[in-house]
Design a protein around this ligand. Structure first.
Ligand SMILES: CC(C)(COP(=O)(O)OP(=O)(O)OC[C@H]1O[C@@H](n2cnc3c(N)ncnc32)[C@H](O)[C@@H]1OP(=O)(O)O)[C@@H](O)C(=O)NCCC(=O)NCCS
Length: 389
């Protein structure tokens, strides 16, 4: 008799654990961080306050925020050894490889790396949050043949990030849109990279290992890599008039159109309207009507043909492009934001841990044997039935 096992490919529809960090409700198109709708957070809060909320479960009081911000500003400088490590990575490597390497070295240099207590993990999370902008900004600059720009303690997180990337104080419209993108990217329950971080944490490995693994998972075009893939598609299409014929070919070739579709949201991504509104302010600011026409035409054509809606990467890719970021830097920007959600989940997983180890159904060859092999009777005596692993 053959056993019937139901395989949940891609763990689709499987509920693995509880989380108090965020709630995604595809039915109502809503996303709550610790109970707060993300749209309300994006409209009212600096990213620093949202990071605090994700880690501590409550928005900071003015005093708590001031203390947290002071700590973040004091930790922004790129460490010399991390700068040297970044310089060793070939310029034609993907920036995600640079960020993965930089975070790995930061972990290897932290004497408290093996301390998985909540206090130690919170301290590490806050340091990574403060230092990632310097890593991302410096990598983009060195690719452009530019020098490192030192952080400025008189600027907030978003203003300072843009300052370090471009060496100019950002226009308030740009800093506001950037702040919105950081808040929207920060957290999204058990997505692939967060789940990766939780799997690694479940083995009681350290926080840095979990973040490095999450960066690897985020790199793929089905996850974080989609924001840069959107820009590649825009470059391929060129302008709004080419959308129709381009889509005919792409769909005939069964290509995935990047920036559309979502494993959880089937009627539209809850974060898109907020990011699209931020993109609109940038389109106005930069007078980017051609890009806006291409954006709108591809969206309406694709939605009418396939009924598949844009996800957050669709408006954020063009937004980062207008701000002046290189396309390859888009996914590292996502890392700088999502590190807050990842680390909130790492802390949650560690506090209520169970090793994550699913089962598999074997469908390889039946048991077979090496020709001529004769078992050594002595060596097999007392051998345990099954090896652990
Ligand atoms: C995100 C994504 C991986 C979700 O995948 P999923 O839940 O596994 O859904 P599936 O890939 O099974 O898609 C279901 C159907 O819709 C189609 N589809 C989904 N997204 C599509 C897209 N972006 N372009 C074209 N077709 C798409 C699939 O081809 C599939 O069609 P089929 O039933 O004829 O085979 C998928 O939508 C995708 O690849 N999107 C593009 C990448 C992207 O933007 N990722 C960022 C996510 S936030």
């Amino acid at each position: 008799m053959t056993e019937t096992i139901e395989i949940k490919k891609g763990l689709a529809g499987v509920t693995v654990d509880y989380t108090a960090v965020s709630k995604v409700n595809p039915e109502t198109n809503s996303l709550l961080y610790r109970g707060y709708p993300v749209q309300e957070l994006a409209a009212t809060q600096p990213f620093e306050a949202v990071a605090y909320l994700l880690w501590y479960g409550e928005l900071p009081t003015d005093e708590q925020l001031a203390e947290f911000v002071a700590e973040e500003r004091a930790n922004r400088t790129l460490d010399e050894n991390v700068k040297q490590a970044i310089d060793l990575v070939p310029l034609d490597a993907h920036p995600m490889d640079v960020i993965r390497t930089a975070v790995s070295l930061a972990g290897a240099s932290d004497p408290a790396a093996f301390d998985n207590s909540r206090e130690s993990d919170l301290a590490k999370s806050k340091r990574l949050f403060a230092k990632l902008p310097a890593m991302v900004a410096y990598d983009q600059r060195r690719r452009r043949g530019q020098e490192l720009v030192d952080p400025r303690a008189d600027l907030d997180y978003s203003q300072n990030f843009l300052w370090m990337a471009f060496g100019e104080e950002p226009d308030p419209v740009v800093a506001r849109a950037f702040n919105v993108s950081m808040i929207l990217y920060a957290e999204h329950s058990f997505n692939a990279s967060t789940f990766t971080a939780r799997v690694i944490t479940s083995t009681m490995a350290d926080l840095y290992s979990a973040v490095v693994g999450a960066i690897g998972a985020l790199k793929g075009p089905l996850h974080g890599g989609a924001n840069e893939a959107v820009m590649h598609i825009f470059d391929e299409i060129g302008s709004a008039e080419n959308v129709g014929p381009w889509l005919d070919t792409a769909l005939a070739e069964k290509r995935k159109i990047m920036g559309f579709g979502h494993r959880v949201y089937k009627h539209g991504d809850s974060r898109v309207p907020t990011m699209k509104a931020a993109l609109d302010t940038l389109v106005e600011h930069y007078d980017a009507r051609e890009l806006a026409a291409l954006y709108d035409t591809l969206e309406s054509e694709f939605v009418s043909r396939k009924g598949i809606y844009p996800n957050l990467d669709y408006p954020s890719g063009p937004s980062y492009n207008l701000m002046g970021f290189d396309t390859l830097t888009f996914t590292p920007l996502f890392v700088a934001s999502r590190v807050t959600g990842w680390t909130a989940h790492i802390i949650e997983q560690a506090a209520s841990n169970a090793l994550i180890r699913p089962l598999s159904a074997y469908n390889g060859p039946d048991e077979r044997h090496i020709d001529g092999y004769v078992p050594d009777a002595e060596a097999t005596v007392d051998r345990p039935e099954e090896a652990a692993g």
